[in-house]
Design a protein around this ligand. Sequence first.
Ligand code: PMT
Length: 223
Amino acid sequence: PSTAALKGRRVIVTSGPTHEPIDPVRYIGNRSSGKQGHAIAAAAREAGAEVTLVSGPVALADPWGVTTIHVETAREMQQAVEQALPADIFVGAAAVADWRVVEAAPEKIKKGAKNPPSLALVENPDILAAIGRRKRDRPALVAGFAAETDRLIEHAEAKRLSKGCDIIVANHVGAGANVFGGDRNEVTLISAAGRESWPNLTKTEVAARLVAAFAKKLSEARQ
Ligand code: PMT
């Protein structure tokens, strides 16, 4: 499939987890290696797009030819995404921590005599929803992921609507799926036009197909 519509287009991709500090030593975070998000950034670059990748802490090399911004927390990720706007396409592949500790301790919390600490949490900003609902500078195409362990399609479609996305990529991450950190992924693409389930593919193949689907949507939207 042709990806010509992506040539020279600006694409922002988020990838990897975010880490929310408890103290200088410990954090809470989601599972994610960044493999899927980084593969999407690389595939978009290969299609001729100008790509900014905003990555949480991962053990991967920065993709060739992609402007990569390294962040740690959800709030840093949001700020980096906003600074990278405007863009034609936004892809939220990061596993952003939904909550952070209200106030991280400035020094290492000592293990010891008293009870284990209890963590007061507060909700993080939703980066994807903020982009999807923007009035000014909203990318022409906003795509998110939905990582679900149950009622995949139902939960994914609800996320597409509530976060104002054009496309949601539903992936089952329940026990045994081995998606986090693995090299393969099995996804269903959901848009207002309907659903498309793909077979189990490598993350590189998923990325190439997604980029082709984005190019198609972008050229349809321009007609
Ligand atoms: O990194 P890998 O090991 O390759 O694994 C890939 C993956 C499973 C992490 C990836 O394919 C994936 O599904 N990413 C999204 C994971 C996730 O956090 O899903 P969610 O259902 O919790 O979030 C839904 C969407 O909202 C996502 O696009 C997420 O980036 C976005 N979000 C969520 C919370 C938040 N505060 N801000 C966000 O932008």
